[in-house]
Ligand binder design. Structure first.
Ligand code: NI
Length: 261
């Protein structure tokens, strides 16, 4: 069984002491591909450095809505340069977060739209973070295009909202909360997702699935997400693993096999 963790932050300081062991456990669990996602310029650079050093690791570079207020024009130029790297397979994570409102909403929207335009110019997919901002997210996406290559990461919205993203051609990625007892909305969303639009992720170090809830998350725990998605969708875990591997390859423009070294 091979698994693709399409969203993790191995560039987070949470892994400073034991990254090699974390990677080893991931690979032992079958997690052969990981997309390490940036949230500001330094973390994006770290994702890229990691991707250059490790087989099966890819990078996404981008500026999270939390950091939008600090973005300068020069930052966007640097992002654009990083996007040209062959192991940078996506721009992200970008989006809107009205739960924390760490940056003013208008600024979040401007920075989101500027990065959507960058991704389009570079021909790279987008990794989108949305929290309590569905209507404005869809409005911004529709203002910048009508079909996207990319993913709604750590999806937590309704079935109706999912439909709007699917219509924009986006993938929907399911993370650890699907294993939580109170995951009511996700229980409805997951079985309704078209199997060719489904991705899975850990969002490590956050949101560890059961039975690790509350602890530091890591890519090896992706198996628990695959198992729960399989249960909810009436598929085997192996089918979910293979399906999401192939969808991940299609979403991020990767071959379905890694070249032998
Ligand atoms: Ni994330």
């Amino acid at each position: 069984m091979r698994l693709f963790d399409t969203h993790c932050h191995l560039n987070d300081e949470a892994y400073q002491g034991d990254l090699a062991a974390v990677l080893q456990r991931a690979r032992a669990a079958g997690v052969a591909r990981m997309l390490v996602v940036g949230y500001d310029l330094p973390s994006s650079q770290q994702a890229l450095t990691l991707a250059e050093a490790e087989e099966g690791i890819y990078a996404a570079v981008g500026i999270h809505p939390h950091e939008a207020a600090a973005v300068t024009a020069a930052d966007l130029v640097r992002l654009e340069a990083m996007l040209a790297h062959p192991k940078v397979v996506a721009l992200g994570e970008i989006g809107l977060d009205y739960h924390y409102d760490h940056s003013p909403r208008g600024t979040q929207q401007e920075v989101f739209r500027a990065q959507l335009a960058l991704a389009r110019e570079a021909g790279k997919p987008v990794v989108i973070h949305g929290r309590e901002a569905h209507a404005d997210l869809v409005a911004a996406l529709k203002a910048e295009g009508d079909r996207y290559q990319g993913v709604m990461h750590c999806y937590s919205g309704s079935k109706e909202a999912a439909r709007a993203y699917l219509e924009l051609n986006l993938y929907i990625s399911v993370a650890g909360p699907v294993t939580f007892k109170n995951a009511r909305k996700l229980l409805e969303v997951v079985p309704a997702l078209p199997s060719d639009r489904l991705l899975i992720e850990t969002d490590a170090p956050y949101l560890a699935p059961q039975p690790w809830r509350g602890r530091r998350n890591e890519p090896a725990y992706l198996v628990a997400v695959a198992e729960r998605v399989a249960e909810l969708s009436g598929m085997t875990t192996e089918t979910v693993a293979e399906l999401t591997w192939e969808n991940g390859a299609a979403c991020f423009g990767l071959a379905t096999e890694d070249a032998a070294v």
